[in-house]
Design a binder for this molecule. Structure first.
Ligand SMILES: NC(=O)c1ccc[n+]([C@@H]2O[C@H](COP(=O)([O-])OP(=O)(O)OC[C@H]3O[C@@H](n4cnc5c(N)ncnc54)[C@H](OP(=O)(O)O)[C@@H]3O)[C@@H](O)[C@H]2O)c1
Length: 290
């Protein structure tokens, strides 16, 4: 029944690698797995995966080799002994890293005669194989198109172009947005009395949800390079940021997460941008942007 499905190898069975391998198994793909610490494959093997004794054996087992390790130096360390086996295969590297690391990995893998697709996983392990999971890809378009059905066993996919670093760049930009949100959440719950849960459910989530509606308008201002405030000027917001800081300190809470944003707003106001919207701060961030 599974004989027509693409065989796949998963190298790296941490929390994410195990979820990836499980999704391939659930879809019926013949799945070979390898991990430095072999026992992490036990459950997968019970569910039908084949355990490879070495990374080179794992690479030999399938045309498509999905790699999900801690970082790019580990990818190189693990795949180097299997380098001679890579020719003619497709390496799909779902390890988190920088665009420069992705470009370097792409050069190295292509130099060994394999196709290279880099990926950024916008999901946590329980989401893998579910409709909410999204994986960003970049690099070999041919490999993406050829293996799309297999890759979409993991969740939705989006191809961002042939620059291998594009997926990593967008992955990290999205994570930057997420950490900004988490930073705001942590600051807010540190300030208030009472259970964080009630405050979060009743007030914070509805407020932040409403505020995400403003982002497309701010993005339009950034695209146009025209920041004139429509309804909330920066000089007014700088006063709010000062008030937040004072109230935070008064309550014995460290304003460290907010301080850089306040400093940037104050600087832009002092430079004459007080009549702009908060979108104008992007000009202060893009120092030496490429
Ligand atoms: N978990 C998430 O929510 C999530 C979400 C999106 C993206 N990611 C990305 O997915 C990748 C894996 O994350 P994870 O959550 O699976 O991490 P993890 O649970 O810490 O697993 C790390 C993996 O790397 C292996 N490893 C580490 N150092 C090694 C070495 N020197 N030689 C060989 N293998 C080594 C580990 O092998 P051992 O088992 O032998 O230690 C394990 O397979 C990361 O790049 C992460 O950023 C994770």
């Amino acid at each position: 029944m599974t004989k027509n499905l693409t065989p796949v190898t998963v190298v790296g069975l941490g929390d994410m690698g195990r979820a990836l391998a499980a999704a391939f198994l659930d879809a019926g793909h013949p799945t070979t797995v390898w991990n430095r610490t072999p026992h992490r494959a036990d459950d997968l093997v019970r569910r039908g995966a084949t355990r490879a004794a070495t990374a080179a054996d794992a690479v030999r087992a399938s045309r498509v080799v999905v790699v999900c390790l801690l970082d790019y130096p580990t990818v190189r360390e693990v795949l180097a002994p299997a380098g001679g086996e890579l020719a003619g295969r497709t390496v799909v590297n779902l390890t988190n890293g920088t665009p420069a690391q992705a470009a370097e990995a792409g050069d190295w893998v292509r130099g060994l005669g394999a196709d290279y697709l880099d990926g950024g996983i916008m999901a946590i392990p329980p989401m893998i194989g579910q409709p909410g999971a999204l994986i960003l890809y970049s690099g070999s378009k041919g490999a993406y198109e050829a293996e799309r059905e297999l890759l979409e066993r993991l969740g939705g996919s989006r191809f961002l172009g042939t620059d291998p670093g594009a997926a990593a760049l967008h992955d990290l930009a999205l994570l930057a947005g997420m950490y900004g949100l988490f930073g705001g959440f942590l600051h807010a719950v540190a300030m208030v009395d009472g259970p964080a849960r009630g405050f979060t459910d009743e007030l914070l989530v509805p407020w932040l949800t409403a505020m995400t509606g403003v982002l497309p308008e701010l993005a339009d201002q950034i695209d146009a390079g025209k920041y004139t405030a429509q309804s909330a000027n920066l000089a007014m917001q700088a006063v709010s940021l000062a008030n937040i800081t004072t109230a935070t300190v008064d309550r014995g809470v460290d304003p460290a997460l907010l301080a850089p944003l306040r400093a940037l707003a104050d600087r832009r106001v002092s430079e004459g941008s007080g009549g702009d919207d908060i979108s104008t701060l992007v000009e202060g961030l893009r120092v030496g942007a490429r």
